[in-house]
Design a protein around this ligand. Structure first.
Ligand SMILES: Cc1ncc(COP(=O)(O)O)c(C=O)c1O
Length: 332
């Protein structure tokens, strides 16, 4: 058995027991098809397999690479690409697999035409519910559904991601703003039809009671931004780093913004104050004496980009490395 003290840094650590606890907590609250876990948070089929084992057969993907990797890993029972694509060749390649059921999000005549040309059989109409990103205007959803049906595709329903709401720290505000967004989605659904109303994320997994399925992803690993929301999930992964320089007021470890998603702010270190990160360094003020060569756990502020920067994650129990999983859905 390898010790965490013997692995090269920076490296990702995953506490196996905490991962299982997060997966179990969520599947108790949102069992089976009430949750369509988003794989973009972890990009790792080994983790997706554990979510499947808890009863979630459908998954959400953000990229064609994630779709392809999930299908190839035998996890293609019901995959949703919750994103717009127009690359007909790649769409055709994935849509022609007979071992995967794949539903594409569409929000325009162009994306409908690309899906139809690529041989896609099933789509969801992606509706803008307030996040300035993909999604059609709610009033256009019905006519886009008609276009998709006329093009020979089945419309399974709607999706609308309230990404501007999931990170709000006040629970009451999250619920109110979520309801506003979901009223838009329900109005669109009334025009579109179909069984699925797909929405939500880790921050709204419980307040979003309007969607038929929740697309949460981060809950499996968590990060310090979601950690502030008081959710029933715990930080289960860290970047493991080595102290390389010690000064009077601060120390420096070998983990910087090239191994940490930083768009939600600085990472956190228990009992220390993080000053800043640069490419390959983190500078922080510890609360007790630290020596060069010591190791330190760094809690990322944003799980998704952190995972995407690494090729592997070490699965640990205490200080032992029990396994190493490939982050095999990386790239595009
Ligand atoms: C389309 C979509 N659905 C759901 C989510 C929710 O993910 P998380 O649970 O990590 O907030 C995201 C995250 O950005 C997303 O882009």
């Amino acid at each position: 058995v390898t010790s965490i003290h013997d692995i090269p840094t920076p490296a990702l650590l995953l506490d196996a027991a905490l991962l299982e606890a997060n997966i179990a907590a969520m599947s108790e609250l949102l069992p089976g098809s009430r949750l369509r876990p988003h794989v973009k948070a972890h990009k790792c089929t080994a983790i997706a397999r554990r979510q499947l084992a808890q009863g979630h057969r459908g998954f959400t993907c953000a990229t064609l690479r994630e779709l392809e990797g999930m299908a190839a890993a035998g996890l293609g029972h019901d995959l949703l690409l919750a994103n717009e694509v127009v690359d007909v060749e790649r769409i055709r390649h994935i849509a022609s697999r007979d071992d995967a059921r794949i539903t594409f999000a569409v929000d325009s005549s162009e994306t409908i035409a690309a899906a139809a040309a690529g041989g896609v059989r099933e789509v969801l109409i992606d509706v803008n519910v307030g996040l300035p990103r993909c999604g059609c205007a709610p009033g256009d959803a019905g006519s886009l559904a008609d276009q998709a049906r006329t093009s020979g595709m089945q419309v399974r329903g709607v999706m609308g991601y309230e990404g501007h709401v999931v990170g709000l720290e006040d629970a009451a505000e999250r619920r109110t703003r979520c309801e506003e967004s979901m009223q838009l989605l329900l109005a669109a659904h009334a025009e579109v039809g179909g069984d699925l109303i797909s929405a939500g994320g880790t921050g709204t997994f419980d307040s979003n009671t309007w969607a038929t399925e929740i697309q949460a992803g981060s809950y499996v690993l968590m990060d310090t931004a979601y950690g502030r929301l008081g959710l029933p999930f715990v930080q289960a992964f860290w970047v493991w780093s080595t102290v390389v320089s010690v000064s009077e007021k601060y120390v420096v470890a070998d983990c910087g913004l090239k191994s940490l998603g930083m768009d939600h702010g600085n990472p956190e270190i228990a009992d220390a104050k993080v000053w800043f990160c640069s490419d390959e360094h983190i500078t922080y003020a510890p609360s007790r004496p630290v020596s060069v060569g010591d190791r330190v756990r760094i809690a990322p502020s944003h799980v998704d980009p952190t995972m995407a920067y690494h090729q592997q994650i070490h699965v640990i129990a205490g200080e032992n490395v029990e396994d190493t999983w490939d982050i095999d859905l990386r790239g595009w």
